[in-house]
Design a protein around this ligand. Sequence first.
Ligand code: SF4
Ligand SMILES: [Zn+2]
Length: 290
Amino acid sequence: MNFIEKAKAKALGESTLLSRLQLIAGESPPRPYFPLHASSLTRPKPEFCPREAAIMMALKRQEDPQHIGMATRVAFDIGEAIHDMVRDKWLRPYAVGNWECWKCEYTHQFSRVPKSDKCPGCHEYTTWIYRELVAVGTTLPVTGSLDVVVDLGMPKHFLTEVKSIDKDQFNQLAAPLAEHRVRTNLYLHLVADSDVPWKDSIDLTRAKVLYVSKGYGQKNIQGTISPFKEFDVVYTPESIAPYLAKADLLKQYIDHGKMPKGICPTSFVPRVKACHCPKECWGTQFPPAP
Ligand code: SF4
Ligand SMILES: [Zn+2]
């Protein structure tokens, strides 16, 4: 809690709930540049710059922790809770992943939810909790956590991206948003590029994006009010080529010390304001490799 929020909490009085709820605001640690997370590589703003990542790594510097205010914290946590409901409750019988005992952390790897509630690790009755599968590229320094993999009785399982969205945006949605389409493609690519033992169980030609409304939902073509919209995303390598090219530039730096060129054409474009090392970028210390 920063100084202003502390003062606000005090002003609210010690006997109010709000004075305590203010305390959920706080700092969020920055994501590392290596391994690079798929969501950092594909985020629309600020756009990922391989030069910024390489310079920050060369300087052994990290981004400042991000301040998360109370309302943003609640919005993030509601989004996370919806993800958990999809995997641990609504799609529980079909969700394939790592199921962890909440008592001892014993984990059934890459399976549907265990039929027995008795844990082989602690030998007690337990609740199994879904843990995301992770794919790490072998040719690119990129990692991705897969929201959920589902077994629909087809020859292969479907990788599924889950997105909770505002009700008005949900009602207007007729196709996956570009950002989600790209990220889903990148996850398919990462699984194909990884050496995970379950790779052959996943359909690598297409995946699903499941949107969940934060409101009540909308009437679907069957006439049912539904808070869910499901879209298939066909793997299109062209859609992720620019992102893979950027990840490769970072790899060239990590493996061979080749400093990448940046994404800003001049030092006056808006992206420079969001950069963590603009002085070093436009100075003489880190010339881009030819
Ligand atoms: S100023 Fe632009 S090009 Fe330079 S490192 Fe920052 S984001 Fe990249
Ligand atoms: Zn256990």
